[in-house]
Design a protein around this ligand. Structure first.
Ligand code: FES
Length: 97
């Protein structure tokens, strides 16, 4: 069961999620990391869910074309779109306001 930590506003929030969880889908049904994760479209278009991956990026798939289009140079800085990710391993994310 992956353990997810999200850093926001100087605080860290942690919980376990089922294998293969999408964090934006979970937030949409009011499960962790709601309300700590900002999100919008859920479809890789708006960029509102963008987070910097602090640890666990080695377990993520390569960015898809939506992440490449929305994040651009931020990809190289470690940003990903959680709405495009299905979590199978522990991960630590940071989201700015
Ligand atoms: S919620 Fe819109 S890009 Fe992820």
């Amino acid at each position: 069961m992956p353990r997810v930590t999200i850093h926001k506003r100087g605080e860290a929030f942690t919980d376990d999620v089922a294998d293969d969880s999408n964090l934006v889908v979970r937030a949409g049904i009011r499960k962790f990391p709601w309300p700590h994760l900002r999100y919008g479209c859920g479809m890789g278009k708006c960029g509102k869910c963008a987070c910097r991956v602090l640890s666990g990026s080695e377990h993520l798939p390569v960015p898809n074309w939506k992440e490449e289009r929305v994040l651009g140079e931020r990809l190289a800085a470690g940003f990903r779109l959680p709405c495009q990710l299905w979590i199978t391993h522990d991960i630590e994310l940071a989201q700015d306001d």
